[in-house]
Design a protein around this ligand. Structure first.
Ligand SMILES: [Zn+2]
Length: 406
């Protein structure tokens, strides 16, 4: 397929709510983003020619690129992007390595994304084949004796995301409830065990660690795990949510720095990182979800405090990516806008998008995988396309689709 064809980017403009700002400004801004998306897509495609052919992950590899094109097909309705997405995911499905089980860094990513793309193309047989292979990983995930961690990047929560992703994108029951429940139970049992070992059963009934460190953030830590457990699709029972998850969240909340930011781990007292992986931009998603589930104002209030820190310190020298860059931090505003409908947060997202429009002009460090979804350019494009369609935006490989929003 010709790249020129793919670069046609007819985004439906949904900035109605900004009408009072003057339509000329909105049109100019929209046009600048659309032009930048085309420009970055072209750079990305060029750069990918020298990317690692064996990296199939969503985080730094080809599944991430497939997810970007899936996103572009979603926001534009253009089938060409879906076919492009298929090309990339097919490549990953031939290269599964069986080393890891998560959506972001393991085989669950290519298999879940493959299942969704084939489903959209009405290739149900191929879709089912992906689901079957995904479920073959289930046994190692639920085994308590395995060394598998629980966090999102390499652990059980990252496999749980893949199951919930299928039930959201294809439909409820795609993965049966009992399979989801077993993974949820394994995560809960593991959290209880560590909490008992560390004598924190009273204060933090579900405690997690990765490489012997009790991380707080979304990627390796408790914020990401609690966030997954609170997803409606995870169907965690009310008692567990109230008795186990909620006090654990409150325990983590008390580790907040005076600035409103969060430490990278429970033992770290340096208020330095403002990343999705470590810091307020990841924890904010846990707080927003806690507000939806428990309906207590304190969670929303602290989510807004997170967003203030991100607004002040969230444009990073590390660049424009999703995991630890401007795009990932910008998503916190889009998600908060979703939750509150307060235009201030949308304005902030637009300002972060504006920063991304000057991609490369701020002397930022060039990431190791400069075109990837979570470290590089693909993530920036994903964010920019979501700024154009804020009503349906979602943090890739983390937030679930709109059916799961409320
Ligand atoms: Zn990161």
């Amino acid at each position: 397929m010709q790249l020129r064809r793919l670069l046609h980017f007819p985004v439906p403009v949904k900035f109605k709510f900004l009408s009072s700002f003057g339509s000329q400004i909105i049109q100019n801004f929209t046009r600048r983003i659309q032009t930048k998306i085309k420009d970055l897509l072209q750079q990305m495609e060029e750069g990918l020619k020298t990317a690692d052919p064996h990296d199939c992950s969503a985080y730094t590899g080809w599944t991430g690129i497939a997810l970007l094109y899936l996103q572009l097909s979603r926001v534009t309705g253009d089938q060409a992007y879906l076919l492009r997405s298929l090309d990339y995911v097919k490549r990953t499905l031939r290269n599964l390595n069986g080393r890891r089980v998560t959506f972001l860094c393991g085989d669950a990513g290519p298999l879940a994304v493959g299942a969704v793309i084939y489903h959209k193309l009405k290739s149900d047989c191929e879709s089912q084949e992906c689901i079957t292979k995904l479920l073959q990983l289930h046994r190692t995930v639920v085994c308590q004796e395995s060394e598998l961690p629980d966090e999102l990047l390499y652990g059980r929560a990252g496999y749980l995301y893949a199951l919930l992703y299928l039930n959201t994108e294809i439909g409820p029951g795609t993965v049966c409830e009992s399979a989801v429940k077993e993974v949820v139970n394994a995560i809960i049992e593991s959290g209880k065990t560590l909490s008992r070992e560390e004598r924190k059963a009273e204060r933090c009934p579900l405690l997690y660690q990765w490489h012997r460190k009790q991380y707080v953030g979304a990627a390796h830590g408790m914020a990401g795990i609690y966030y997954m457990l609170m997803q409606p699709a995870a169907k965690v029972d009310q008692e567990t949510l109230t008795e186990m998850v909620k006090p654990s969240i409150d325990y983590v909340r008390h580790k907040k720095f005076r600035s409103g930011n969060y430490p990278s781990s429970l033992s770290n007292e340096t208020d330095r990182l403002v990343h999705w992986c470590h810091g307020a931009p990841g924890v904010i998603h846990m707080l927003m979800q806690a507000y939806k589930v428990f309906k207590e104002e304190k969670y929303l209030k602290e989510a807004v405090e997170c967003s203030d820190v991100i607004w002040q310190r969230g444009l990073l020298r590390k660049g424009y990516g999703i995991c630890h860059g401007a795009a990932g931090n910008g998503y916190s505003f889009l998600s908060l806008y979703h939750l509150t409908q307060d235009r201030k947060h949308l304005y902030r997202a637009c300002k972060f998008a504006e920063w991304c429009l000057d991609y490369g002009a701020h002397g930022c460090r060039i990431p190791d995988r400069p075109y990837s979804l979570f470290e590089g350019m693909a993530g920036t494009i994903h964010f920019l396309s979501d700024v154009l369609t804020p009503e349906t935006s979602r943090f890739p490989a983390f937030e679930l689709g709109s059916a799961q929003r409320d």
